[in-house]
Design a protein around this ligand. Sequence first.
Ligand code: AMP
Length: 314
Amino acid sequence: MNIKRPDLLVVGSVAVDWIITPKAEREESVGGSATFFAMAASYFTSVRLVGVVGHDFPKQSLSDFDDAGIDRGGLEIDGEGLTFRWKGRYHENMNDRTTLETHLNVFEKFQPRLPDGYEASEYLFLANIQPSLQYEVFEKMVSPRLVGMDTMNLWIDIARDDLVKVLSKVDVLTINEEEARQLSGEHNLVKAARGIMKLGVKHLVIKRGEYGALLVDHEGNFFVAPALPLEEVVDPTGAGDSFAGGFMGYLARRGVSPNGASLRTAMIYGSVMASFCVEGFSYDRLKGLSVAAIQERFHTFAKLTDFSHANLLD
Ligand code: AMP
């Protein structure tokens, strides 16, 4: 039986990256915030992708999107231009990275267009992209049940006002640790979180790379999810977007509004998808996963922090 899952619309970057890690390098590595998000979320619900690529975008990736069941009716192919390109180098610790080059290319004049019916999608994720474009898409939606968004240091630097305008409208902001500090001007993460909530964010997820992720809900409650201790991280690119894909995908699949229990489970599914992502370059490991593999890793996460049988001191 084919069950119709809720529609989760994502708008964001679809990119060709050049990734350099201390151990390896991939020059044409398909990436982009919406790519990782969509691949991860596709295991949970039906995903609609809005973005733009140029004539150089690999055809193989278009068919990978199709194989994953991603509706790419909103992915424009601009025959005149080149795909957004980003080049980054990871430091020895694989957590920090330096952006070496960013070429907006077709993103420079991109106007997101939603195919018929997309504006009625129940779930929306505004993946990392110019905040003004995120806002444009948000404004077109009819009445989404849940809206999430992500951003990055570049936009905090050059488009802060636009960014604050969007984040005050959404239900969940996912952001990484350094960006949280930059946005709030606070080094301590608890203070940073409180500062960001004051900008109008309802639920906040701070992604901390190999240290996991921190949730602050609308009542100010904290929850932490670990990252999977891995012997080898091949390429951390897209971990944050894959996290968001698992997180939003789970909430959409369950059709739930964010509440304590659903957000906590979503945090673990986010961590599960991020852990797969970093095991390979690009979305290599997010392709062709079985539901059983996802469930097994979910249980591995549950065991990681299960101390309910621990003895109390007497
Ligand atoms: P993450 O590792 O989750 O931060 O995501 C990395 C992805 O973000 C890469 O695949 C890049 O193509 C993409 N990216 C890098 N810079 C930007 C930008 N300024 N706007 C949108 N996407 C970007």
